[in-house]
Design a protein around this ligand. Structure first.
Ligand SMILES: [Zn+2]
Ligand SMILES: [Zn+2]
Length: 294
């Protein structure tokens, strides 16, 4: 603001030396008796000092706010990191379970195929045996037929009569009219396989929840350090923040159930063996009267 006219009232062409607090504008002496007659006015310097103080206060709050937001970003990132690890673990675990279940399904399919093939095989074997028998009979009949033909040309009486004796009975043959090969029936085979598979899968699934819960519990068995600044006032923390005990009875404590355990919250930082922080987490520490931590 280096031009003189900017410092002058446009209406009265006089120096802007006062501040109208109603309209928050700079005014000249003449303004205070005309347009701003009933408005409270103060010298520029006075308003300047008020506003400077406000600005300073706001300025001091900014780094704090930035710090809080950076902290929030870290927390969110930690949550994402944890979520990624959780997802990986869950996918790995789910993968194992699905692989096991797929194994059951494949086994069921193989057994079903095997059953069908065995039924087919027994029919085929029966058919082959019958065909063999029929072919044997054809051979016997053919032999008989040629003997008969040869004999019919014999004019040697003795030879004819001797041979006729052995030919008078036709070779033993079977009555084939009622014999038939029945194609195998697969009725109910698939149903039985699926029922069995269902039973197996149900058994496998019953095993699941315990397994998953166990893994979930193991997952949270980490080295936790409790932050004393955020700990519930009833919590007495050890030097390293890894042990917590319950302070004297007082107001604000929340009793849990009949066993007299107490639930307190604190922010904790969990650290892995590699020292990689798993992030700040709001922990719920349950401590019973004997001081055992749960
Ligand atoms: Zn003016
Ligand atoms: Zn005014």
């Amino acid at each position: 603001m280096d031009r003189l006219e900017d410092r002058m009232c446009k209406k009265h062409d006089r120096l802007l030396e006062l501040f109208c607090q109603t309209e928050e504008v700079c005014v000249c002496l003449l303004c205070t008796v005309t347009d701003h007659k009933s408005h409270p006015v103060v010298p520029l310097k006075e308003e300047y000092e008020v506003k400077t103080a406000q600005l300073g206060k706001r300025g001091a709050e900014v780094p704090q706010k930035i710090q809080e937001r950076k902290q929030k970003i870290e927390e969110i990132k930690d949550t994402v990191e944890l979520s990624n690890k959780d997802a990986d673990r869950e996918i790995a675990h789910g993968g194992q379970v699905f692989t096991a279940l797929i194994g059951c399904v494949e086994k069921g399919r193989d057994e079903f195929n095997q059953t069908v093939k065995e039924k087919l095989k027994s029919t085929v074997t029966q058919a082959e045996d019958l065909i063999k028998e029929l072919e044997q009979e054809i051979e016997d009949l053919t032999n008989q037929s040629s003997k008969v033909k040869r004999l019919s040309h014999t004019e040697d009486h003795l030879h004819f009569l001797q041979s006729f004796r052995s030919l008078k009975d036709p070779p033993p043959t079977r009555d084939w009219t009622t014999v038939e090969v029945r194609p195998p029936s697969y009725v109910g085979t698939l149903r039985r396989s699926l029922d069995q598979l269902e039973e197996t899968l149900n058994m496998e699934m019953k095993k699941l929840p315990d397994d998953a819960e166990l893994k979930r519990v193991q997952k949270y068995e980490v080295d936790v350090t409790v932050d004393p600044d955020t700990a519930h006032p009833k919590l007495i923390l050890s030097e390293d923040g890894k042990q917590a005990a319950l302070g004297p009875r007082g107001a604000g404590e929340k009793r849990l159930g009949a066993r007299g355990a107490h639930e307190c919250q604190a922010r904790g930082r969990a650290g892995g063996k590699g020292g990689a922080g798993l992030g700040a987490k709001l922990l719920t520490v349950v401590i019973d009267r004997e001081g055992r931590q749960g």
